[in-house]
Write a protein that binds this ligand. Sequence first.
Ligand SMILES: *Cc1c(COP(=O)(O)O)cnc(C)c1O
Length: 434
Amino acid sequence: MLNKTLMAADPEVYRLIEKETERQNQNAEMIASENFASKAVMEAMGTTLTNKYAEGLPGKRYYGGCKFVDVVEDLARDRAKSLFGADWVNVQPHSGAQANAAVYLAMMKPGDKLLGFDLSHGGHLTHGSPVNFSGILYEAHFYGVEKETGRLDMNKIRDKAKAVKPRMISIGASAYTRDFDYEAFRDIADEVGAFLWMDMAHTAGLIAAKQLNNPLPWAHVVTTTTHKTLRGPRGGMILIGRDTENTLGVVAPKSGRVKNWGEVLDGAVFPGTQGGPLMHVIAAKAVAFGEALQPDFVTYQQQVIKNAQAMGRVLTELGYELVSGGTDNHLLLIDLRNKNVTGKDAENLLGRAEITVNKNMVPFDTQSPFVTSGIRVGAPAMTTRGMKEPEFEYLARLLDKAISKPTDEAVHDSVAAEVKALCERFPLYDFISI
Ligand SMILES: *Cc1c(COP(=O)(O)O)cnc(C)c1O
């Protein structure tokens, strides 16, 4: 993959990429939002398609010379549609946040109300954070999990929705370990006259493999990233289950015809929030969706859940408190308050021991977002390397060793050596160590 042209042309950058590849190969990558894309996906990204301007959509471009990239984009769209059971899809968003920006532009006017998942309970910045455009341009209100259960209570969400009367309700999170009841959310949205938007950035791969509920039959619009559990290139996507006439009255300029939701959202991506699409990344999305349509992708996603649950069981035995008591998906949220260590310190201790996680707020956290009381641990990346329950149980014990001996450098050195030995048994890419 790393080829000799780059080594000769720019040894400085070449060397850094090589070092980063070694780093990825030699540590336990347990950041829940990360994964390892296949060589085929990466190869598609490093191609001539990066040279092409293709503003517009297949068959309706603002530039000539699009006959091949049109087919590429159609392939990506068709594969995404069959993967999720969608009527309509746009594969052009450069990232998850860009996909979400297009949804806001299509569905809301500045000042309109959003009801979203509380950020400190697992929600995402783009669901109304005061430092993000979503909280700056729109009036954000939040629902959250119950203190006793760590889970959502649909009756409380209904009450909140009735009180707020939002224009849009968002579902989706970066640190929630349970599945969502989309039908109940749609009921609430219909009752208060709101749009329902699901952001499945974290769980798209699990949903594609039918290991979690599919939101497409219930949400008006669904967004995702393509690089988390879906294991594709870094990017975003928007989908609609059943594409119907929009209720905002947006009409086609010439004919006066009422546009479908898909057309409204296409316009919100380009020209609404983006310029030219990244055709090399769209090619890589097509490759990744092709991989996700294969039977072994289902086996992979099943293993992701088994691994997260195996790790959760051992951590519970070791006295760790898991928010919501466990997990239905690919991640664990660990409340470290009974272990007398902050999320920030745990992240650093684990980093020294070559286990990469991120500090994370837990619901009703008593620490600031820079310190936090928890860590988030995810199974997708190490499962891609081929690890199964025994390795995840072992990783749980290593994690505990590193955290419970905060000042013992010898312990951290020995854990780091054990992690390295484990990683060597599960090589990441065969082009490593060139
Ligand atoms: C990761 C994530 C995003 C943002 O994706 P980027 O590609 O980093 O912009 C949006 N929403 C949720 C729920 C996420 O987890």
